[in-house]
Design a protein. Structure first.
Length: 412
């Protein structure tokens, strides 16, 4: 066989060597091209998918489609749990609840789901700034606020349809610790033409939730001017007992402030050793606050007071009246009275709308001298005679009043 010339042999050798080098280089380039093709792009992470689900949920909330928003928020929660997702799921159920017929199966299903999701939020974020407000919403929905230390749920109680609180706004504020942030398409970060910051979506206003008011009876026990009463034999160091009526409206974002009035009529019990007994009437403006304690919200502590007019009388019950006594009522005087009170309330019934209360506190009255006739029954002048109150050491001016009462009032 004839050998190739040296020059063609050299050219063939170089070509084979170039092919050997180009083959792996071409394979590497082909792999890079293949890896960059859409078919070979890695599947999105759970965080990215959750982020997209949240974006779809927000679009649905803006359109008022809370059922679709609920499904997207739940999908995001399965992918990447976050406390604020529980909150937004609860708000979806809360708003869907308001569209159903009260007492119907869908109504009760959404109510139970809203309570459960609000509680999941409280357990996941016990130190959240809105934890107290969310707990109030849970109570208003008939549930019991839970915590990480007390995870066992109670039964959901009945509520009146008109007691249903408005749902709060959705939580659109996110941080790295809260899970996936909102997508860029959901936030317009561009400055306005005038250079002002970009607009933010306002939170829908919510109406207050809780009782609107109350009206009921109470049984006061009053002891006025105890030091002065202790100095004499009449009318005796006996408290006045009686009956009162009070009513008020609940005001404020949580309806925790009570503003109203009260009227009470009291009298000392008849004592065989005393010829006179004290009677009284008070008409006052009432201001109180209430604060639920305990996880079921059935106990409330409160404080406040009243300021009003007082009328006090000395009624004669014996057979030897004072000389300057016009009749059965020996004398009457008026004045001003103010009381400070501490209150403990127990809420009974399935809807916690029956209130039993105990109020205790001191007060101060400013009293006049008292009345007396110009002349006695025989026509003699009474100008130099003391009033019946002065006769028994009950002086005019400031007087200490100690009060305690038990009351019952339906809330509505």
């Amino acid at each position: 066989m004839r050998s190739l010339p040296s020059r063609p042999r050299l050219a063939l050798t170089l070509a084979l060597r170039r092919a050997a080098v180009a083959r792996p280089l071409g394979s590497a380039i082909a792999m890079m091209i293949a890896s960059a093709s859409p078919a070979a792009v890695a599947a999105p992470s759970d965080a990215d998918e959750a982020k997209a689900a949240i974006a779809r949920a927000r679009e649905a909330t803006r359109a008022g489609d809370y059922q679709a928003a609920l499904e997207h928020f739940e999908h995001a929660l399965r992918l990447q749990p976050a406390a604020k997702l529980y909150f937004n799921i609860a708000v979806c159920h809360h708003r869907l609840l308001a569209t159903e017929t009260p007492g119907s199966p869908p109504y009760e299903r959404h109510r139970a789901a809203a309570v459960e999701s609000y509680n999941r939020y409280l357990q996941a974020a016990p130190d959240a700034k809105d934890a107290d407000a969310v707990a109030e919403v849970v109570r208003a929905l008939g549930g019991t606020p839970l915590s990480a230390d007390d995870p066992e749920p109670w039964s959901i109680e009945l509520i009146e349809p008109d007691e249903l609180p408005d749902a709060p706004g959705f939580d659109d504020e996110w941080s790295e610790d809260d899970g996936p942030p909102p997508s860029d398409s959901q936030t317009d970060s561009r400055p306005q033409p005038d250079g002002s910051p970009p607009p933010t979506k306002p939170t829908p206003p919510t109406r207050p939730h809780g009782p609107v008011g109350r009206i009921g009876a109470y049984f006061p026990v009053l002891l006025g001017s105890p030091a002065q009463l202790a100095e004499g034999d009449e009318p005796g160091l006996l408290p006045m007992i009686g009956l009162g009526l009070r009513g008020n409206a609940f005001l404020g974002p949580k309806r925790a402030l009570a503003l109203g009035g009260e009227l009470s009529l009291t009298s000392q019990p008849i004592d065989g050793e005393s010829r006179h007994r004290l009677t009284g009437a008070i008409l006052a403006i009432l201001v109180e606050s209430r604060h639920p304690v305990g996880r079921r919200g059935r106990i409330e502590l409160g404080g406040g007071g009243s300021l009003g007019l007082v009328s006090q009388g000395l009624v004669y019950t014996g057979d030897a009246p004072l000389r300057c006594s016009p009749g059965r009522e020996a004398s009457r005087r008026g004045g001003l009275v103010g009381n400070a009170r501490l209150t403990v309330m127990a809420l009974l019934g399935e809807r916690r709308n029956h209130e039993l209360s105990l109020r205790v506190g001191p007060g101060l009255a400013l009293l006049a001298k008292g009345s007396k006739p110009e002349m006695d029954a025989d026509g003699n002048s009474c100008a130099d005679e003391p009033t019946a109150f002065e006769t028994f050491g009950l002086r005019d001016g400031p007087a200490l009043v100690v009060s305690i009462d038990l009351g019952y009032a339906p809330r509505f």
